[in-house]
Write a protein that binds this ligand. Structure first.
Ligand SMILES: *Cc1c(COP(=O)(O)O)cnc(C)c1O
Length: 457
């Protein structure tokens, strides 16, 4: 039993570590207690651990735990919509509305003219329908919820078959797989076609009295090439409508402008063009290319949107006021810049259209008087990517600082920057760390410079 004498006291160790990590004291106590319990088990199982080792390892673990707290990060990866780094940042206008609505009362469900109870999101729904040039629209928590909700609404007992092409049974990431989403929604998947080719007659043959709808899923995060083919949307729409069936498309990213006009990248289908081609309901995320808050938008036929809003599950996935106000600002902005949507004040769109000359000038300013004795720093031409499961084929020119450390390893330097203030996340190759300028907000350039200086010293 004497081995247990190596265990420090929870109280004393917690008291010593708390000031350093700046976390609430009960959380530090909990963390330290768990670590010491873990070491107690290890010691009882005949392990050998000294008190110094236990204290040092607890301290390291606690620091890492403190780092897991949600905090701002400088995205130097060159991936615009980085799922791990929070997808799209909000623009200044959405952010200031968030501040106002979050910290006060609002007319969330209150009708100011009559003084009576009002409808939630009435303005937003009209604005969305206007932007999408369609009959009606609504928004829920995220795109996955929007799809589940739509399927639940449109399938019924005895009429629950959903036809999907085998080339669209995709995994989006983070546990989102079309076959599983269908199952959760009470739908029965009817796969048609082959991985590379689906014909109109494949869809046609699959239609039975039990068919509820035809679903199209945008291949957001991969592409197929070679001997491929699929019917035009207009043809599938005609087939669906001839059989009295709805055609629904899960579009994913929700670009509101022609992406190929902003940067040398692919054209991402817009909800407007899908609806024009005959899709009855289109579903997409609010926080990918649209650049709003996390949300899932459904737009299209008014009768179907009305049904969706009556489905009890709608209540479980509805947006709160923080999403509603930021989405409202994002949508209003697009409406105001409708003539030229590329002018919307949306950070990801700004990043997309920044010229490499601008990026180079900023890189030169950051590079100026950085200590280069121990680390070789150069400005390199690189490639940025849209990310977030959009436009998987598109890489476009960018500029990065390339850091080649002489006195420490590349992973070590990368880690120092990730654990710095602010945290900076770049990407590494065997020999170098790259900090891509395209996804760095220009107003944080001086902070980036200071953080690099600190990491190099
Ligand atoms: C991203 C994506 C989703 C998931 O969207 P969330 O907003 O994360 O729920 C669903 N479908 C497609 C096609 C997507 O690209």
């Amino acid at each position: 039993m004497s081995k247990l004498a190596a265990l420090p006291s929870v109280e004393k160790l917690a008291a010593a570590l708390a000031p350093e990590v700046g976390l609430p004291r009960p959380l530090v106590n909990l963390f330290v207690r768990r670590e010491i319990d873990r070491y107690r088990q290890l010691l009882l199982a005949d392990g050998e651990h000294t008190r110094e080792e236990i204290e040092a390892s607890t301290k390291k673990g606690l620091r890492e735990f403190a780092n897991s707290r949600l905090q701002p990060v400088i995205n130097a990866t060159g991936v615009l919509i980085h799922t791990n780094l929070g997808r799209s940042p909000l623009g200044p206008r959405a952010a200031s509305s968030l501040q106002k609505i979050a910290t006060g009362y609002s007319n969330l469900e209150f009708d100011l003219p009559s003084g009576a109870r009002g409808k939630r999101a009435g303005y937003l729904e009209t604005a969305l329908a206007c932007l999408l040039e369609t009959e009606a629209a609504t928004a829920v928590n995220n795109c996955a919820a929007a799809l589940v909700l739509t399927l639940r609404t449109l399938v019924a007992e005895g009429k629950n078959e959903v036809i999907v092409s085998r080339s669209e049974l995709v995994e989006i990431g983070g546990g989102f797989r079309i076959p599983e989403i269908l199952e959760t929604s009470g739908a029965k998947l009817v796969e048609v076609g082959a991985t590379n080719k689906t014909h109109l007659y494949d869809y046609e043959k699959a239609i039975t009295p039990q068919t509820a709808l035809i679903l199209k899923v945008h291949r957001s995060n991969f592409y197929i090439d070679g001997f491929i083919g699929e019917p035009e949307i207009t043809e599938i729409a005609k087939l669906a409508h001839d059989h009295g069936l709805p055609l629904v498309e899960d579009l994913g990213s929700g670009a509101m402008m022609n992406t190929d006009e902003l940067a040398p990248i692919e054209h991402e289908p817009t909800p407007q063009e899908c609806l024009r081609r005959g899709i009855d309901l289109v579903i997409f995320s609010g926080d990918k290319l649209l650049g709003g808050p996390q949300s899932g938008i459904i737009g299209g036929r008014a009768d179907m949107i009305a049904e969706i809003k009556k489905e009890p599950f709608f209540r479980a996935v509805r947006c709160d006021k923080l999403i509603l106000t930021t989405l409202q600002e994002s949508i209003d902005q697009y409406l105001e810049t409708k003539a030229d949507p590329t002018q919307a004040d949306v950070p990801v769109l700004k990043f997309l259209r920044t010229s490499t000359e601008d990026l180079r000038t900023r890189a030169e300013t950051i590079l100026k008087d950085l200590p280069t004795e121990q680390t070789e720093i150069t400005i390199e031409e690189t490639l940025a990517r849209p990310g977030g499961g959009t436009m998987p084929r598109s890489e476009f020119p960018s500029i990065a600082l390339k850091l080649v450390p002489k006195n420490q390893s590349v992973p070590k330097l990368a880690k120092k920057l990730r654990l710095g203030t602010p945290a900076i996340v770049g990407y590494t190759t065997d020999a170098a760390l790259f900090l891509d300028l395209r996804t760095i907000f220009p107003e944080t350039d001086s902070e980036v410079k200071t953080a690099i200086k600190t990491a190099l010293s």
